[in-house]
Design a protein around this ligand. Sequence first.
Ligand SMILES: [Zn+2]
Length: 317
Amino acid sequence: MNSPVPRSPFRLFDFQVNGFGGIDFQAPSVSRAEMEHAVKVMRHHGLAGIFLTLITDEIDAHCRRLENFEKLCATSPDIARMVVGYHIEGPWLSPEPGYRGAHPPGPMHAPSLAEFDRLQSAAGGRIRLITVAPEWPGSAECIAAMTQAGVHLALGHTNASNAQIDDAIRAGAKFVTHLGNGTPQEMHRHDNVVQRLLARDELTACLIPDGVHLPPFVLKNYFRAKPAGKVLFTTDAMSGAGGGPGRYRIGRFEIDVGADGIARQPGGSGFAGSTLTPDDGVRRCADYLRISLAESARYWSDAAAAAFGVTLPSWSN
Ligand SMILES: [Zn+2]
């Protein structure tokens, strides 16, 4: 019998988790034992529920992964409790360098309702959040239809114009995925997509507060620029979260996590997900934003769950 693992006192919800505890959710076929291990490590770091997040790949490959996770949920109560839904981040994103971030551009293309139906069917209807770049033709129609189908729509990995952002908001988009990331290092000083999205009070900005994806002073500026209730936080965790330095994977890509805890994509340039754990995220937000730990925890729990209409499961163990 293992001795009980001391758990974080938090009860948190994270809507963008690509992996955890050494387990890569983008792997072709995650086993029950691997996923139960990831759940255990996530529990240790205060998570009560996640949107399991898949990044850009072919639709067929996404469907196979979703079917596999649905099978795991059917056989393991702990996996079913933790995976309260799915977030599809790609392939309906911008393939332009910088905007695509660490995602492979090859599978990227315009959103398609036929593909959405296939994904949702593979996911047992549990896709709850989709990130799109609304500059693709037909985006507004797809955003409207997917919103009608009960899915939350976020804009991200995008270089959308103001007019395209207007259309996406009218169609139902309500969130911005990791505002300030998924952009080139250098952009026009004023007319850039970060400023265009930041200015839209209709959109809730989702931010990665690891101190690396956004320097703390930038996090503070974005936080202050948004109306009350229009900011959420996420780890965007990859498999190295809850582990130590070393070599990890996101799908077919090897990712190095350095002694500094930063996950770097091949070649060492941009970031490839974070190793932030949510309990540390709560502490960092409190520190960087000068808010109380209790207020910070509310952003990471009740506020995030309410924004996506999620009821967090209760965990007795
Ligand atoms: Zn991303």
